[in-house]
Design a binder for this molecule. Structure first.
Ligand code: PHE
Length: 413
């Protein structure tokens, strides 16, 4: 069967058997929420851009990338789970929607950028709940130093300036060693220079955490800001780290970062240099700073949401009436080919849009005699903007069941 072409941002792309992008996703491409200066995502984007005021801040890159840009060029192994159709939105076998802003590292370094930020929408197939949405926004940042005495002097200066600023601030940092056996520097790097770059990365991001979370009403209430550094692993950086911030009694993961793998700079034809990079999710941070309880709200056009925010200001969101949840279950026998949770969630999202608040797998079982498997999902239907009648919930649920039978050939129990 031939599939209709996919239209995205005025371009038409041939579909093939890898195509799994849905119309619910296509509708979101080009919304550019982070470019609206009075949207919480835009407010946060501007705050981060002004923190890094001498970095070149880029926006508006097309989300359609090749698997090479998103994975191979960054050193992802061929069997990395992120590449799977269950985890990413493919337009066809040769193109997908970027799953992270790191997909643009090589081209940005190749343009000669040495201090840069890049903000963009990114796309991942995932489960459905209050903090997961298949479209979200990231900011990538990087800084390149020359791998010589000039770069070393620049690092030493900048590290002294940042350390001085942090020493006078209300912040407590739980650090890890910059370089360890399990989080090594790269063989091509002078270990002293790699240490200086890792330190510059840490100081730069501790300073960003102070700008975002330090002494802000409702965040710490006079307590020092607690920041924790953890060893991490990314295919495109080493050493690598994650940064967490202590907020309302919990450690929250804020970003990933590290010293850029030299092959990235080599691919970009940037010689004799060393760089750090970080990537952070805007929604996660905005939900904390603005007390936004549900990730779907970022997409709301309801004036009761939009009108609460002002360019340049971080204020606490005042929830308007939360409408009652309406739970509906669906149980079915799986087709022989199985059915991934993410396939089920995308079908629900594509059928009912943002009326779905969360989806939980409540039962999964295989019949001992027939060997057939069945699953039961509980879908919570609830509108952000209005009260949903039980009749309407029943009718959208019936549509979900119809589509489930048509698209996946399941047998309802
Ligand atoms: N791209 C990574 C992610 O999405 C974050 C990251 C960016 C990590 C840059 C290291 C360096 O999780």
């Amino acid at each position: 069967s031939t599939r209709p072409p996919v239209s995205l941002l005025g371009q038409r792309y041939a579909a093939d058997s890898s195509t799994n992008i849905t119309s619910a996703i296509i509708d979101k491409v080009g919304r550019n929420l982070y470019m609206n200066p009075s949207h919480p995502l835009g407010i946060l984007q501007s705050l981060i851009s002004s923190h890094f005021h001498n970095f070149n801040s880029m926006v508006g890159l097309n989300p359609v990338v090749t698997p090479a840009q998103n994975f191979d060029d960054l050193g992802f192994p061929p069997d990395h789970p992120g590449r799977a159709a269950t985890d990413s939105y493919y337009i066809n076998k040769d193109l997908l929607l970027r799953t992270h802003t790191s997909a643009h590292e090589v081209e940005t370094f190749a343009r000669g950028e040495r201090k840069w930020l890049l903000s963009a929408d990114v796309y991942r197939r995932d489960e459905i709940d209050a903090s997961h949405y298949p479209v979200f926004h990231q900011m990538e940042g990087a800084r390149v130093f020359s791998a010589d005495a000039v770069g070393r002097a620049e690092l030493e200066d900048d590290n002294a300036r940042l350390s001085h600023h942090l020493a006078r601030s209300n912040i407590v940092i739980e650090d890890v060693p910059h370089i360890t056996a399990s989080n090594p520097h790269q063989d091509v790097h002078d270990p002293v220079l790699a240490e200086l770059v890792a330190l510059n990365l840490k100081l730069s991001l501790n300073s960003l955490m102070l700008t975002l979370f330090g002494d802000r009403a409702g965040v710490n209430e006079g307590e020092p800001l607690r920041v924790r550094w953890i060893e991490a692993y990314f295919p495109f950086t080493t050493p690598s780290y994650e940064v967490e911030v202590f907020f309302r009694g919990k450690w929250l993961e804020i970003l990933g970062c590290g010293v850029v793998q030299q092959q990235t700079l080599d691919r970009a034809r940037v010689p004799d240099s060393i760089s750090w990079a970080f990537g952070l999710g805007l929604e996660r941070i905005a939900m904390i700073l603005f007390s936004i309880p549900d990730i779907r709200l970022f997409w709301s056009q309801d004036p009761r949401f939009i009108s609460q925010f002002t360019a340049g200001q971080i204020n606490t969101f005042k929830p308007y009436s939360r409408y009652p949840a309406c739970y509906k279950d669906v149980s079915f026998w799986l087709p022989h080919t199985g059915l991934h949770d993410n396939d089920f969630c995308d079908l629900v999202r594509d059928t009912v849009g943002d009326l779905v608040q969360d989806v939980v797998l409540i039962d999964s079982f295989t019949h001992p005699k027939t060997n057939r498997s069945s699953k039961c999902y509980r879908i919570n239907y609830c509108s952000m903007d209005r009260s949903l009648s039980n009749d309407e919930a029943n009718s959208v649920h019936a549509q979900v069941i119809t589509n489930l039978k048509d698209k996946f050939g399941v047998e309802i129990r």
